[in-house]
Design a protein around this ligand. Structure first.
Ligand code: UDP
Ligand code: GLC
Length: 395
């Protein structure tokens, strides 16, 4: 089966990193069509995944667009749609990985007469999207998609609550290659030295800088922790959240935490950086659809504390393989951080459980097999990347 994957982003967010793992086994049978150029294109090329930038200008619709703004973008989308339709004719299936990709993918699926899969990486609720965007996404998915893959129970539930058709929908978690999260102790030690983290209790936050990811909650919690606790913020403002970045720097200055918070920007060495941490914190103040960083921290053998909402609740059982705290409650977070500082053995046991459980639940080969099976069931053609029934080639 030949698959045309569509993604609106040129930047490597979680949905895009997940797509790399899904598209990779298909080799030349896949093409990833992007609606913007950027580092994501380079990453796909590094992984030898065929990629083409299909749009020549950025699409203006934002998560909170109203109906008129959404309508105004239709004209601008015509050349892109034409390209997608033409390209889709050479593929068996269109696989939309983001919401704007769903819009174009739905129309192209109709015009090129190709089935459509929608991989839902979002919680479709008004906390994240405008009413207009919610209505467009659910209507198009119901009308045009033959399969909706939700990245968690939480995304699935929100889709149904907004009127999404349950019969179309399957839940598939993100998959991970655990080998990517094995690190070399000497390299990690060197990294800690380079970053001046020796002798500190390091809490790492790995996420793009955006208000709903709640980096400000961690900074507030840090102000209530003893001085040996230090924070690294790994990630950049990927979608123009410069005001929030400014606010974070101001907050750090106001709380006099300049020596205890480092902004490291977007990094490609997340596993090494996670391994250099004593604790990984996830602090989203709106429900997280899945939360790749939570699983990645587990695979690195690091304890993780996450905001108790959305997909995070499906990934962590409090006190068994991680910790859960009320979203937005910095005092509760500060308490968990201090428990981890004090209770080294208990925390290590929890981290070890986390690693073992995550390695089994989110194994990339099993997850890719699950997707391949769903595709072959729904489209009655062997969807296995190697083209042979029952076999999954991973490279
Ligand atoms: N990430 C990265 N470099 C950074 C910060 C984050 O590669 O500097 C990765 C991180 O390892 C994770 C992804 O970006 O795989 C973020 O995915 P997640 O599902 O946690 O959140 P999203 O940004 O997709 O909402
Ligand atoms: C989206 C979500 C994130 C999820 C990722 C991969 O970017 O925000 O929670 O982990 O997709 O499915």
């Amino acid at each position: 089966m030949k698959i045309l994957f569509l993604d609106q982003s040129g930047k490597p967010g979680g949905a895009e990193l997940c797509l790399i793992d899904i598209a990779k086994p298909y080799g030349d049978r896949a093409l990833v069509g992007l609606f913007a150029d950027g580092d994501f294109r380079k990453l796909l090329q590094q992984h030898h995944i065929p990629v083409k930038v299909l749009a020549t200008q950025p699409i203006q619709v934002r998560k909170q667009s109203n109906f008129l703004q959404a309508l105004a973008s239709v004209g601008q989308l015509a050349p892109l749609l034409a390209k997608v339709v033409q390209t889709a004719k050479e593929y068996d299936l269109i696989y939309a990985n983001t919401q704007k990709a769903l819009v174009i993918g739905a129309l192209a699926s109709f015009l090129a007469r190709r089935p459509l899969v929608y991989h839902l990486h979002d919680i479709l609720s008004s906390e994240h999207f405008s009413r207009t965007n919610l209505r467009i996404a659910v209507t198009l998915a119901n009308r045009f998609a033959s399969l909706v893959i939700a990245n968690s129970q939480a995304s699935h539930t929100a889709f149904i609550a907004e009127g999404g058709n349950a019969k179309l929908t399957e839940i598939v978690y993100n998959g991970f290659d655990r080998q990517n999260y094995q690190t070399v102790a000497s390299e990690v030690k060197e990294l800690r030295q380079q970053l001046g983290l020796e002798g500190k209790f390091v809490v790492g936050h790995f996420s793009r800088l955006a208000p709903w990811k709640g980096q400000h909650i961690l900074i507030r919690a840090l102000s209530e922790c003893p001085p040996e606790v230090t924070v690294i913020l790994v990630g950049d403002a990927l979608f123009g959240e410069q005001d929030y970045v400014q606010e974070l720097h101001e907050q750090v200055a106001k709380l006099k935490l300049e020596n205890r918070v480092q902004f490291l920007g977007f990094r490609a060495d997340v596993p090494q950086l996670m391994a250099a941490c004593d604790l990984v914190a996830h602090t989203s103040i709106a429900p997280e659809p899945f939360g790749r960083v939570i699983v990645e921290a587990m695979l690195c053998g690091r304890p993780v504390v996450a905001a108790k909402a959305g997909g995070a609740v499906e990934l962590i059982e409090h006190g068994r393989n991680g910790f859960l705290v009320t979203p937005g409650e910095s005092e509760e977070l500060a308490q968990v951080i201090q428990t981890c500082v004090a209770e080294v053995e208990m925390t290590a046991t929890i981290a070890n459980h986390g690693r073992a459980i995550a390695g089994q639940r989110f194994d990339i080969v099993a997850i890719n097999q699950q997707i391949a099976q769903l595709l072959s069931q729904r489209f009655k053609k062997p969807a296995h990347p190697g083209g042979e029934e029952g076999r999954l080639q991973t490279d």
